[in-house]
Design a protein around this ligand. Sequence first.
Ligand code: DAH
Length: 346
Amino acid sequence: MDLATMTAQLERLRADALAAVAAAADPAGLDAVQLEFLGRKGALTEVLRGIGGLPAEDRPRVGAVANDVREVVEAAIAAHGVDLRGAAMAARLAAEAVDVTTPGRRIARGTRHPVAETIAAIDEVFGRFGFVVFEGPEIEDDVTNFQMLNIPSDHPARDLWDTLYVDIPDHLLRTHTSPGQIRVMRETRPPIRALLPGRCFRYEAVDASHGFEFHQVEGLMVDEGTSLADLRGLLDEFAHALFGAGRATRFRPGYYPFTEPSVAFDVGCVVCDGVGCPACGRSGWMTILGAGMVHPVVLRNGGIDPETYQGFAFGMGVERIAMLRHGIHDLRLFMEGDLRFLGQFR
Ligand code: DAH
């Protein structure tokens, strides 16, 4: 082996390696070229084995050529690698391209159910007067739904509430939110200002103004010296907030076993403004809730001494209020889930 031969071998190796680098089609192919020519058992190592057979003064010159070959090939591998990765990225970007000018898919936006919206409006008005929302169970016991509210088992007043019973002895689907009064009185101490919204159930033939499932909001205030005048003032504020500042209001005598005295609270007809029309039975008035001073027996059942404390309570049907606010004529619409109806309360 002499200097000229070895130099020629190295020149050829450089040419072969550069050709192989140029031909590599992907990063894996390039790795293979690197291994084949520059690897520990590669072609360059192979050629340099012969260096031991050269005269001592020729060895550095061959070494210099070999280093030059390694550098040139490494540089070519690095440069082509950049090209290949760039091409791969470009191909991927093209394949995964997103057309940002395509119109988006519209997200269907829900609306608040008119019953929920009306409960929120009622909460808001009474909230201004310090009333706090509580919730009682929909499956209630007979004692709390009736007996604690001064309605004994055999009392004819039970006929006012057509009841749906459940499989649990002495339990039923609450017929009104009034049992919540008992629960609040037992859980808290006066002064009490509680609002109890919730779903109620009655064994009822369904028509445009009756449902077997509906909502009520109950109110309860208990404090020293609470009077019927306080109730009247509060309900006036409520009626004016929901039905307009100039709306006429009145109390009529009513009957509920858990209040004494009991009243019906009327507002001037929201359709004819008091003139008299079919919607108000030509009376000019519409009843929106029942109310009264909490019966001493009920206060005592709630653990409150009626000699010290007085209270008032009221209960209203949410669907009825929502119908008056929005001019809805059929109560069944609230439970049907028809989006054409519900979408109107946006
Ligand atoms: N619970 C009654 C009903 O369902 C409504 C009611 C009337 C509630 C008078 C009251 C009240 O708190 O004082 O018909």
